[in-house]
Design a protein around this ligand. Structure first.
Ligand code: AMP
Length: 251
């Protein structure tokens, strides 16, 4: 069994993000980058499948700049077997990521492609769904539990949907996207970090995959959220009710 895991490098969710004054992007100087948290959950799930179902090869894939190596090494230190970095400068829009992944699926022939449900930088929530459509595979998105059949020919994915859970079954190969409650990712151990240095990390320029790279969506402008007003202290309940009526206009 082979599991391909798509891993995106994103700004640390705990960092303070500032928008550039001209609105063309965010300020990246001194910004810390990490593995997208949902991708970390996807890596963990792939490792658990490997450990609980008699072994599997876990292959990480990232599309982006050379520095994405850092996040791939983190995943290798968690226990993944090897990694592929598809090199491309600048932002890569989701449809191009999906096309690159589809091409690698053709070459690697995995049984499962695991992704995060969304990347926390642009919150697109589309790559897994587009990839399933391109490959004609079944998809279990927003997964909070994954159960493989004994012969590993199918999977039951419990999905987090509005107001509850939904169990869907699909034959493998399939696409699974990880939601927050699927698992708690492990930390890389020191021996894991040492081993990761020697694991294979292959680089392929995006241009070598021979995919359509035409841009379909252009980001026009980013705007920061409006600054929060300072709070007000009130002395009485009546004063609060009056303010809710006259200023907040919620009653
Ligand atoms: P998105 O649809 O952009 O919100 O991303 C959903 C998931 O697609 C992410 O959690 C990753 O698993 C994968 N993904 C998105 N962009 C990339 C990228 N540049 N490289 C690798 N995987 C990506």
């Amino acid at each position: 069994m082979k599991i391909l895991v798509a891993v995106k490098r994103v700004p640390d969710p705990n960092a303070t993000i500032k928008v550039r004054p001209d609105g063309t992007g965010i300020v990246t100087d001194n910004l810390k980058y990490v593995v997208n948290p949902f991708c970390e959950i996807a890596i963990e799930e792939a490792l658990r499948i490997k450990e609980n179902h008699g072994g599997a090869e876990v292959v990480l894939v990232s599309v982006g700049e050379q520095v994405c190596q850092e996040q791939l090494r983190t995943g290798l230190a968690m226990g993944a077997d090897r990694a592929i970095l598809v090199l491309q400068d600048g932002d890569v829009e989701p449809v191009i990521v999906a096309r690159a992944l589809a091409k690698l699926v053709e070459q690697e022939q995995p049984d499962i492609v695991m992704l995060g449900k969304q990347a926390i930088d642009d919150d697109s929530n589309v790559v897994g769904q587009m990839l399933a459509e391109m490959l004609g595979w079944g998809q279990g998105t927003f997964a909070s539990e994954v159960k493989l059949s004994e012969d590993k020919s199918s999977a039951v994915v419990t999905r987090e949907v509005d107001g509850g859970l939904e169990d869907v079954e699909m034959p493998l190969p399939a696409i699974i996207t990880a939601d927050l409650r699927l698992n708690e990712p492990r930390y890389a151990s020191l021996p894991g970090i040492m081993k990761a240095r020697k694991k294979e990390l292959k680089e392929i320029p995006l241009g070598d995959l021979g995919i359509d790279q035409s841009v379909q969506v252009k980001v026009h402008k980013l705007s920061p959220p409006p600054e929060r007003q300072a709070g007000k202290k009130v002395e009485t309940v009546q004063e609060l009710v009056d303010l809710l009526h006259t200023e907040a206009k919620v009653i």
